[in-house]
Design a protein around this ligand. Structure first.
Ligand SMILES: [Ca+2]
Ligand SMILES: [Ca+2]
Ligand SMILES: [Ca+2]
Ligand SMILES: [Ca+2]
Length: 301
């Protein structure tokens, strides 16, 4: 059984949904309880603060929220417990060109670490975290080529250490780096098929429950595909389905108690939200969340 679910704000190993009302600036959490949604407000947050990523930076198995001020660049953390803000702490101000991309276990301890990339120079750093304290920060041992944006920190070879998925912002070329903390062990180079810029990397997740992160893609037409990964190679790929271009992948997580990653989708026209309960590339159930259909609700994670 899984011992950690992404964006799990109450430590029940079921992923929750972090949302923001872009009209009122209220931020809150939906927990999925059977066929109902329970909503917990975390309060109002000025709109110059973005929730840029989530991860468990203090190792208590409850996901925390990383914020960045779009004007100053300041990065802060909300440590979360039982869907409430335990503490609101400053991390660092590296300048606003540095964006936190994702969180995962890069280092050897139980705290998830932050992958941060400079959007001007393309350089990337790993910040090894202990709560809101950076215990060590270092540049990756190689620099990505210009134009490669860090997209996700998954564990693509299943060694328990986070790796980096990059994508060329112009061509769409994906590249995987297998990592040992900040050290690049092995790069896919451009050996992965390039599906082209009309395919967007949707999210990460382990869809076939083999301990290796997979890549979820969505085409501009709405079609959703999964690449089942084995390190720097694609073990197999599958078409999941096409809900239409108005349905966009909002997140992924373990939204029920099996260990197969599921997909959260939002209808960008009507605002409806649905979960596709997955087993590998098969949609077992399409579960429309009642009461979650306001267009101004932005799903953050
Ligand atoms: Ca939960
Ligand atoms: Ca935590
Ligand atoms: Ca790895
Ligand atoms: Ca997998």
């Amino acid at each position: 059984m899984a011992t950690y679910a992404r964006h799990d704000f109450n430590n029940d190993i079921i992923s929750d949904v972090l949302w923001r009302n872009t009209r009122t600036s209220e931020v809150g959490i939906w927990t999925v309880k059977g066929n109902a949604l329970e909503s917990t407000s975390l309060g109002l947050v000025p709109l110059d603060w973005n929730a840029v990523t989530t991860g468990d930076i203090n190792g208590d198995r409850t996901t925390d929220i990383i914020w960045q001020n779009t004007i100053s660049g300041q990065i802060n953390a909300w440590l979360i417990r039982d869907t409430k803000i335990l503490s609101n702490l400053e991390i660092r101000n590296p300048g606003k060109e540095w964006l936190p991309v994702d969180a995962n276990w890069f280092g050897a301890d139980t705290n998830q670490d932050l992958l941060v990339q400079n959007q001007t120079t393309w350089r990337a750093e790993i910040w090894n975290m202990d709560g809101a304290t950076i215990i060590q920060s270092g540049q990756t041992s190689s620099d990505p080529a210009a134009g490669y944006r860090a997209r996700r920190a998954g564990d693509y070879n299943g060694d328990g250490k986070a790796d980096i998925l990059w994508q060329n912002v112009t061509t769409g070329q994906p590249v995987i780096w297998l990592m040992d903390n900040t050290t690049l062990l092995n790069s896919s180079g451009t050996s992965l098929v390039n599906p082209g810029p009309t395919w967007k990397i949707g999210e990460k997740g382990d869809f076939n429950n083999d301990g290796k992160s997979d890549i979820l893609w969505q085409h501009d037409s709405g079609r959703i595909d999964i690449w089942f990964m084995d390190g720097t190679t694609i073990a197999s790929s599958s078409i999941v389905g096409n809900p239409g271009p108005q349905w966009q992948i909002a997140s992924t997580g373990l939204y029920n108690a099996d260990d197969y990653t599921d997909i959260l989708l939002k209808n960008t026209q009507g605002g409806q939200v649905t979960i596709w309960y997955m087993q590998s590339s098969t949609v077992l159930q399409n579960f429309l969340l009642g009461g979650a259909n306001l267009p101004e609700w932005q799903l953050i994670a």
